[in-house]
Design a protein around this ligand. Sequence first.
Ligand code: ZN
Length: 295
Amino acid sequence: MLANGKSGACSRLKRDVKIAYYPEWYPVNDHITLYQRHSKPCVWTCARSCCERNSELTCVWTHLMGFLFTLQGFRLFMQKPDDDFLHPGEERFLFILMFVGASCCLGFSTIYHVIFSHSEPYYNAALRIDLCGIVLGTNTPWYTWIYYSFYCERGIQIILMTLIAICGIAALYLLTTCSSLLRECMAKQRAMIASAVFTLTFPVYAMVFYRDGFMFALHDGCQRWGILAFAFGISAVVIYCSKIPESLYSGRYDYLIGSHAIFHVLSASCLWITMYNCMALQERRFEIGEICPKY
Ligand SMILES: [Zn+2]
């Protein structure tokens, strides 16, 4: 282990190297030593660099593939006949909202990783778009989930949907109007906000498990997919914050398996499992029909 003096000298050296090679605004990962992508003041060069060996290689491709898979899933889901829904109009609307939100999340993230290295204005605009995509991706599946999970309790359904809509609109408003938010809100703080959003969802899940009974909700209620989505989501935030594996072995995971690429795979998996959860809830409700238990 390094003594304090050596460790201080090391971090000073890293800071000096960063200042020498990267502009002030550039989001440098201190643990990537060889293949960190450099600032490229040309959109075409930025796009071409996504096929070169650098830290953004897997970040771009993981979410681009995720975006294309989501579009394909959307296409297949829309082929479902109206006879497979109890209320085709409102159910289809909620699913369209969910697929559009997920596509925006994955698509906007791809755009961010392709062009952020162009210049500071591009970085700020791309980051804003990326964060708006995350809000849409995390907000929109909730309407579908609440619709089916509280199908027999219209009052709770409307209250929860309204709260989620207010939170989503407020987050989008702040991200699109408050420019200082982007500069001041660093990566770690963003991860803390994401964790806080996750914990806000606990009471809603607790309501469902308390109402239906744990084992029934888990199996017959199809909520096991929600638990799995949580596990992926929380793992994604932990990996993002701790920068594992490159923080443990600096310079060894410079591309392909960086923490951000793992975060992309885990967050996309969380999104797909949540969407699958909503589809399972829809099929279950279709099987049950309009029957509601007496609480
Ligand atoms: Zn990303």
